[in-house]
Ligand binder design. Structure first.
Ligand code: ZN
Length: 302
């Protein structure tokens, strides 16, 4: 199984570096697949109303359908475009109907396929202004690497830079942009109202304040204000009261506890306000514990 997956990954990697007619220079260096759940296929599902999950087993990709074309939020890692496309088509939607591309944050496991999807669909790429350098540099301008790490995915040109409170409108859908920095400088959540069975549901697509290895939350030279950024994000997220919430990773919103492939669509399935509060408090505890640990380590070293 492991060996088969290894071969599959090797083959797809080989395919990715073969010359594509429209992507002349692919000068980025792909990272190895660090988590098999990132590439494990998962059948698409309807979350609620016009919100669909079209990602892999763990990397959440969302399709929001509107009266004037569709919005895609996130991709997976490099080579994720074909499975995302297959998932969208399996739901009966057209890949070419994607008009707007959004990202919850600019790390490779959520945006590496953006450049290719933009090229294939002509969709408009929108990203928070503070993560625009990250996606336009192919992941190089990451605050964990003050001198840049070099591109690790195909850079994508951002057509519209987003800010806190901006509205992203397409047809009958209007998303509100919430800036939730910490995990990256421009981490973003989106809210909107989904309708089902004559009821309105407050939907939140949230980027959690999780902390990656190598991040010091008490101070990072390339991210002044990181401590307050995390603290403010967690505080603001705790004040949100969504009916339905989903996140950048399936594991972040307990997808696999809430849903098994083949389960019938149920608009109530993902209504989980208490689970949301519990999850934010979980990340807040991790953050507070890490702040404490880092401060103790710093005081020891003096
Ligand atoms: Zn990330």
């Amino acid at each position: 199984m492991r060996r088969k997956l290894g071969i599959a990954v090797a083959l797809t990697a080989l395919f990715a570096i073969s010359p594509l007619p429209s992507a002349a220079q692919q000068t980025y260096k792909q990272l190895p697949v660090s988590n098999e759940a990132y590439v494990k296929p998962f059948p698409p599902l309807r979350i609620i109303g016009n919100l669909y999950y079209v990602g892999t087993y763990d990397l959440a990709v969302y399709l929001i359908t509107t009266s004037a074309g569709n919005i895609l939020i996130n991709t997976g890692i490099n080579n994720s475009v074909a499975p995302i496309r297959a998932n969208i088509e399996a739901l009966g939607f057209k890949f070419s109907d994607i008009k707007i591309l959004l990202g919850t944050h600019g790390h490779w496991d959520h945006v590496a396929g953006m450049a290719e999807i933009k090229r294939l669909t002509g969709a408009k790429m929108m990203m928070h202004e503070d993560d625009t350098p990250l996606v336009e540099s192919g992941g190089s301008m990451d605050y964990r690497y003050p001198n840049g790490r070099g591109p690790i995915f195909e850079p994508v040109k951002v057509d519209q830079r987003l800010k806190e409170g901006d509205k992203v409108k397409l047809g009958d859908v209007e998303l509100t942009v919430l800036h939730h920095p910490g995990h990256t400088k421009g981490s973003t959540s989106f809210t909107y109202t989904a309708k089902d069975g004559g009821r309105d549901y407050k939907v939140l697509i949230v980027n959690m304040g999780s902390i990656n290895p190598g991040v010091m939350v008490t101070g990072m030279p390339a991210f002044p204000g990181i401590t307050e950024a995390y603290a403010t994000t967690l505080k603001r997220q705790k004040e949100l009261r969504p009916d339905v919430w989903v996140s950048s990773h399936a594991g972040h919103f307990n997808l696999h506890q809430k849903y098994q492939p083949g389960d019938k669509y149920d608009p109530k399935r993902f209504v989980d306000p208490d689970g949301f509060q519990a999850k934010i408090q979980f990340y807040e505890k991790l953050y507070n514990a890490q702040v404490e640990r880092e401060r103790q380590e710093k005081s020891k070293s003096y």
